[in-house]
Design a protein around this ligand. Structure first.
Ligand code: TYM
Length: 357
């Protein structure tokens, strides 16, 4: 990634500008975020963070905690603060080295809210109204269908377009929002010239949609409660094993580990999880458990997940005890992010006709 000077001083922005102009490497840029609206699940890990970490060396990476998105649904303030810091610790524990990746808190970079407003004026009511997530969340929060929930994709477009990234790695459920970002960016560029780079979503081949262990037709979600078949990144081994042992398998009489998403959604979900954490193909998994039935398969998936998450849980718990370190990471991250974001915002403000500050 681009080397930024390590400092907290405001004057550093000018120095940064010089250094970046001189040394900017032509690495492609990658950006993504997660809402701290619940504790990170195995779904968020396999659909998002794992893929971020695997590409950290080859891209200039920006990753953030989307706290502004989290308040579209009511949050307990103390829990939101705790989860935001925990999420940062988990990003680092998953392999996102703060020296190589820009890690920051969305609300610390004011340009997100500012560009979000501008892009609201370039997002159409009909487009926002078609978003699946808006429909789902409105149904679940019928007493709080607020404006933020509706215009959420404009803020997400701002999150992305501010950094002019090449790639946006997300799980399947966020693809629609990235596509709307394209539409907004193209509309804006159509009026004002090439202001925004049009980014590509990157959806992993395996793990883009991890389903609930107790209801394999519903996405594993961090905002649901424990009984909904979710596994958290920080769950201790015994809890993970319990969740996998009680995972729903399919009611066919076959009792055979075979990938068939349509007819065997439970087993197929477990196979996806096993494949994502071990790197084995579906064929290899079918061969490994041939003739063994679900009774052997479920704890084996549990054990593989326990082992994959163990180092993350241990490292994140250690990092959570070092608040000063976490603070230095998110402060530096916000400074670097703000520097990049400001360039885009200034250009946008000029294009739309705002008088320079
Ligand atoms: P969020 O917080 O709901 O989810 C974070 C990321 O995890 C992926 N994910 C999953 N992948 C596979 N299986 C699952 N069960 C699963 N659950 C979650 C999501 O697809 C996502 O990639 N709006 C975004 C956050 C955001 C963002 C952005 C992302 C805000 N601004 C800009 C990218 C770029 C969201 O709510 O994700």
């Amino acid at each position: 990634m681009v080397k930024y000077p390590k400092t907290n001083s405001k004057e550093s922005v000018t120095i940064m500008s010089e250094i970046i102009t001189e040394t900017a490497a032509p690495k492609k840029r990658m950006l993504s975020g997660i809402k701290p609206s619940g504790d990170l699940t195995l779904g968020s890990y396999l659909g998002a963070v794992k893929n971020w970490a695997e590409r950290a060396d080859s891209y200039d990476c920006f990753y953030f905690m989307a706290d502004m998105h989290a308040i579209t649904v009511r949050q307990n303030p103390a829990d939101l603060r705790r989860r935001t810091l925990e999420q940062l610790a988990q990003y680092i524990a998953c392999g996102l080295d703060p020296e190589k990746n820009t890690l920051f808190i969305q609300s610390h970079v004011h340009q997100h809210a500012e560009l979000g407003w501008v892009l609201n004026c370039y997002a159409m009511f009909g487009e926002l109204n078609r978003m699946t997530q808006f429909k789902d969340k409105s149904a679940k929060n019928a007493d709080n269908i607020n404006g933020g929930l509706f215009t959420y994709p404009s803020l997400m477009a701002a999150d992305i377009l501010l950094y002019q990234p090449d790639l946006v790695p997300v799980g399947e459920d966020q693809k629609q929002h990235v596509e709307l970002t394209h539409a907004i960016a193209r509309r804006f560029n159509g009026v004002y010239g090439d202001v925004f780079k049009i980014p590509e979503p990157f959806v992993p081949k395996v793990g883009a949609r991890i389903m609930s262990l107790t209801n394999p037709t519903a996405k594993m979600s961090k905002s649901e409660n424990e009984d909904t078949g979710r596994v958290l990144l920080m769950d201790p081994p015994e809890v993970i094993m319990r969740q996998f042992k009680r995972a729903i398998t399919d009611s066919d009489t076959e009792n055979c580990v075979r990938y068939d998403k349509e007819n065997k959604p439970g087993v197929s979900n477990l196979m996806t999880i096993y494949s994502a954490v071990t790197g084995k193909t579906f064929q290899e998994i079918e061969a490994e458990f041939a003739g063994q039935g679900y009774g052997k398969f479920k704890p084996a998936v549990g054990e593989a997940v326990v082992e994959a998450l163990r180092p993350i849980r241990e490292e994140a718990s250690k990092l959570m005890k070092d608040k000063a370190y976490l603070e230095s990471v998110y402060r530096n991250g916000a400074e670097k992010a703000s520097f990049v974001a400001e360039k885009t915002l200034r250009k946008v403000y000029k294009k739309v006709g705002f008088v320079a500050r």
